[in-house]
Design a binder for this molecule. Structure first.
Ligand code: NAD
Ligand code: UDP
Length: 310
C-alpha cells in the first residue's frame, strides 16, 4: 500500500507513519510545521519508503503516482494551539479536509479523517457513544476546533454518500505519549514538564473535570484496524479509564518523584466537565481496546521528556 499522511510531523501523524512503514507500506508525508516539528520525522530521513513534502494542505494537494489511502491528520490539536491559530484551524478542518477528500477521490484511495471527542463538546451524555450528537458552543473559543471537525465529518460523509468514496472517521479521545511538544499546553505534557522542572503543577479549576487518557501505541493500533477493516460510520477510539485532572496531577508527581506543588488556575471557557469514550463499536467491529495502563504509558512518556531539553 502507498498512503498519504497529512500532519505527519505532528505527534500522532509521526507515530502513524512509523506504524505504516513498519508494516511494510510506503508513506508520503505532508506537513507545514505550524504545530509539528521536523524532529518528529528526522529518524525517517533517507528511509526508502518514506517521502516528505512541506505543504499547507489548506491549498490544492498534488501527489504524483498512485495512492491507496489518505489519512488526514493535519490540524492544530492542543487547545492552546487552536486558540492561537483559530483561522488556520478552521481552514485546515474545512478547506484542508475538502482538498484531502478530493485527492482521495482522484486517486481512488480510501480516506480516513482524524476527528475528535470534541465533536461531543461539553457532553450531556456520559460516557459518549457515537450516536450522541454532542453539546457544542459554535461561537465559543473552542468552536473553531469543534465546528471545523464537525464540518470535516459532514463533508467526509457527503463524499462517501455522493461520490461513493470509501471513508473512515475516527473520533480520537485524549491521547498522550512521546513526541508531544513540551509546551503545547495539553494536560499530560504540561504536568510532566512542570513536575520534572520542579515547577508548580497548574490544575485548572478544581481539577474535578475528567478525561480518559489513551497511550499513543494503543491509539495507532485502533486507527490502523479501523482503516483496514472498519465501517464508514464514526468510531470512537480511546481508553475508557477515566481520571479527574487532580488525580492525574497526583499520579504524575508520584511517578516523577517531584517536589512540585499543585496550584489552581482559572478553568478555561467551555472546558468539558467530563469525557469518556463508549468503545462498544471499536470492540465489536475492530476487536480493539486499549491495553497500556495509565501508569505504564506515563512512565514511558516521562522517560521521553527526561531525555529532552525543555
Ligand atoms: P499535532 O499538532 O502534534 O499535529 C498536527 C500536525 O498537523 C502538525 O505537524 C502540524 O504542523 C500539521 N498541520 C496543521 N495544519 C496544517 C496545514 N494546514 N497543512 C499541513 N500541515 C498542517 O497534533 P496531534 O495531537 O498529532 O493531532 C493530530 C490529529 O489528531 C489532529 O487532526 C487532531 O485534531 C486529532 N486529534 C488528536 C488528539 C490527541 O489527543 N492528540 C485528540 C483528538 C483528535
Ligand atoms: N488542564 C489543566 N492544567 C493544565 C492543562 C490542562 O488542569 O496545565 C486541564 C484542562 O482544563 C482540561 C484537561 O486538563 O480540563 C485536559 O486539557 P487538554 O488541554 O489536555 O485537552 P482537552 O481535553 O481539554 O482538549
Amino acid at each position: 500500500m502507498r498512503v498519504l499522511i497529512t500532519g505527519v510531523a505532528g505527534f500522532l501523524g509521526s507515530h502513524l507513519a512509523d506504524r505504516f512503514l513498519a508494516d511494510g507500506h510506503d508513506v508520503v508525508g505532508m506537513d507545514n510545521f505550524v504545530t509539528g516539528s521536523p524532529d518528529n520525522i528526522a529518524h525517517l530521513t533517507g528511509h526508502q519508503r518514506f517521502a516528505f513534502f512541506e505543504h499547507n494542505v489548506t491549498n490544492f494537494i498534488y501527489v504524483a503516482g498512485p495512492l491507496d489511502g489518505v489519512l488526514h491528520f493535519a490540524s492544530p490539536a492542543s487547545p492552546r494551539d487552536y486558540l492561537e491559530l483559530p483561522i488556520q484551524t478552521l481552514k485546515v478542518g474545512s478547506l484542508g479536509t475538502h482538498k484531502a477528500l478530493g485527492l482521495a477521490k482522484a486517486k481512488g484511495a480510501r480516506f480516513l479523517l482524524a476527528s475528535t471527542s470534541e465533536v461531543y463538546g461539553d457532553p450531556l451524555v456520559h460516557p459518549q457513544p457515537e450516536a450522541y450528537w454532542g453539546n457544542v458552543n459554535p461561537v465559543g473559543p473552542r468552536g473553531v476546533y469543534d465546528e471545523a471537525k464537525r464540518f470535516a465529518e459532514a463533508i467526509t460523509m457527503a463524499y462517501h454518500r455522493y461520490h461513493g468514496l470509501d471513508t473512515r472517521i475516527v473520533r480520537i479521545f485524549n491521547t498522550y505519549g512521546p513526541r508531544m511538544r513540551p509546551h503545547d499546553g495539553r494536560v499530560v505534557s504540561n504536568f510532566i514538564v512542570q513536575a520534572l522542572k520542579g515547577e508548580p503543577i497548574t490544575v485548572y479549576g478544581e481539577g474535578a473535570q475528567t478525561r480518559s487518557f489513551c497511550y499513543v501505541d494503543d491509539l495507532v493500533d485502533g486507527i490502523v484496524r479501523l482503516f483496514l477493516r472498519g465501517g464508514n460510520e464514526p468510531t470512537n477510539v480511546g481508553n475508557p479509564r477515566e481520571f479527574t485532572v487532580l488525580e492525574l496531577a497526583k499520579i504524575v508527581i508520584r511517578l516523577t518523584g517531584s517536589r512540585s506543588q499543585i496550584v489552581r488556575e482559572p478553568l478555561p471557557e467551555d472546558d468539558p466537565k467530563v469525557r469518556q469514550p463508549d468503545i462498544a463499536r471499536a470492540r465489536a467491529q475492530l476487536g480493539w481496546e486499549a491495553k497500556v495502563p495509565l501508569e505504564e504509558g506515563l512512565a514511558r512518556t516521562i522517560e521521553y521528556f527526561r531525555g529532552k531539553p525543555a
